[in-house]
Write a protein that binds this ligand. Structure first.
Ligand code: ATP
Length: 219
């Protein structure tokens, strides 16, 4: 990450911008207006201009933003020129889907190891990723310099595994289990609770269906 602070909400939108700018770049486009970006990424243009202002004067009035320099800037800020090795623990339905998911879209993240307790899975390679038994967790994390782990194990196994990850010096956990795992301040957790997200969506559709809003537009 770049060594300056940007608001969390802005940081969350960076990958969104980055993905669309990559698309524009690949399509040979050289400039983009905040209105055009706004329509594509569904973030209002005032928010986009404010977000971009944190990085200095990147846009020119009447011209828009220069796609290549924005892209270079985001790539640097998002550490896209580094390859991050990520591990996945729990190769069930969801874990399998994530192993199959093409993280290469981002060029900078790959799942380099997966772990499971099921002896039918360990020792095999799934979607190009080797599955290791849990007793190799600490050594593989160390050898492969893994700092980030995706957790797709059953709920009851989540905290014990988290404790092992903390001891193994992992700093980021993408937690797909529905429980809130306890970690020290040095470890960052992003929770992805798919059931909860779906229920929230259903709630909003049921209660506010006259005023559709994206999450970004609402904050
Ligand atoms: P999902 O919730 O992903 O749909 P599932 O229903 O296929 O999964 P779960 O019982 O949730 O299966 O288990 C997910 C995976 O986690 C399985 O492959 C299981 O073998 C593995 N697993 C279970 N306990 C542990 C553990 N303590 N450590 C590592 N992996 C585990």
């Amino acid at each position: 990450m770049a060594d300056f602070k940007i608001p969390k909400a802005t940081a969350k939108r960076l990958p969104l911008y980055y993905r669309y700018l990559t698309f524009l770049h690949n399509a040979g486009k050289q400039k983009v207006s905040s209105t055009e970006l706004s329509e594509a990424v569904k973030v209002d243009s005032a928010t986009i201009r404010r977000d971009f202002s944190y990085f200095g004067a990147l846009g020119k009035r009447g011209y828009g933003y220069d796609v290549d320099s924005l892209l270079a800037f985001f790539a640097k800020t998002l550490n896209q020129d580094h390859l991050t090795n990520v591990a996945l623990i729990g190769v069930g339905n969801l874990g399998h889907a994530l192993l199959n998911y093409n993280f290469r879209q981002t060029n900078s993240v790959r799942i380099s190891a997966a772990f499971d307790v099921n002896p039918d899975l360990t020792g095999t390679i799934q979607s190009g990723v080797p599955i290791y038994p849990m007793d190799e967790l600490e050594t593989q994390i160390k050898d492969q310099q893994i700092d980030i782990v995706i957790l797709t194990v059953p709920t009851q196994a989540a905290q014990d595994i988290t404790d092992r990850l903390i001891k193994a010096n992992v700093h980021g956990i993408l937690n797909f289990t529905p429980i809130r795992i306890s970690v020290p301040d040095t470890v960052r957790v992003q929770n992805v609770d798919l059931v909860n997200e779906l229920q929230t969506l259903i709630y909003f559709i049921d209660h506010y269906s006259n005023q559709p809003k994206t999450e970004e537009a609402a904050d």
